[in-house]
Design a protein around this ligand. Structure first.
Ligand SMILES: *Cc1c(COP(=O)(O)O)cnc(C)c1O
Length: 227
């Protein structure tokens, strides 16, 4: 089952890259393992998936303890609460959901300077949804400079989750706008190489617009149990 699911996702990514005239190597696959057991993660690791994304730090840390024998690259992709930043700097290689200066400061202050810098993506609330995490595009430059000023952090790019109620056209427009912001940032700041967008339902549109990392849960693991 796990192998068929992975093959189906790989096939979708390969076709989307081909349709966009982009090499398959231009897009990374992040397996989103929130609500999944450490056993389910281990099965995917054995199929050569080595980067996993988690949304809840307590849940992630518990599973990581059971998987400590595996060289997994862990990405935090959930909303960042400021009282949980220590767990993030200790247990993750990437935080994709940085959206305010207070969080930048805490992550940088708490990251062990002896460890490699924490890879950071800035989450953009591209559709300006009132309840959604993410900074607004006009706040992006100041936040990027705040990350860049801290050697404990490495700014790698941007992440977004478009509005759930968009139709295909609206989503494509949001992805296109993200791609423009990303190109500007990459032009301005060395080392910016990651545009994280696209999930199970919209990975094709995201890759067409220039995504370099798709975050896939449902298509790899099956439907999520309701929390
Ligand atoms: C859950 C989640 C995903 C994966 O969503 P699927 O539709 O299951 O592929 C991707 N990104 C974020 C930020 C998520 O919270």
């Amino acid at each position: 089952m796990a192998l068929q699911q992975l093959r189906a996702v790989e096939d979708r990514i390969a076709r989307a890259c081909e349709a966009a005239g982009r090499p398959r190597s231009a897009v990374r696959l992040l397996a989103v393992s929130k609500t999944r057991s450490s056993k389910d993660i281990r099965t995917r690791f054995d199929l050569d998936l080595h980067a996993f994304g988690e949304n809840y730090s307590d849940e992630a840390v518990a599973k990581q303890a059971e998987l400590s024998d595996l060289p997994i690259e862990w990405h935090f992709i959930g909303p960042v609460q400021s009282n949980k930043t220590r767990a993030l700097v200790e247990h993750f290689d990437w935080v994709q959901s940085v959206d305010r200066e207070k969080i930048v400061r805490r992550l940088a202050d708490q990251r062990d300077p002896g460890r490699p810098p924490l890879n950071v993506l800035l989450q953009i609330n591209i559709d300006r949804e009132p309840q959604k995490a993410g900074c607004l595009p006009e706040e992006l430059d100041a936040l990027a400079d705040a990350v860049r000023a801290r050697p404990e952090l490495k700014l790698r790019g941007l992440m977004t989750i478009p509005a759930a109620d968009h139709d295909a056209g609206g989503r494509a427009r949001s992805f296109g706008t993200m791609s423009e912001w990303f190109d500007r940032l990459a032009h301005r700041i060395d080392g910016v190489d990651t545009l994280s967008m696209g999930m199970t339902d919209d990975l094709e549109a995201a890759i067409a617009a220039g995504s370099t990392m798709v975050r896939i849960g449902t298509a790899l693991f099956g439907p999520r149990p309701t929390r």
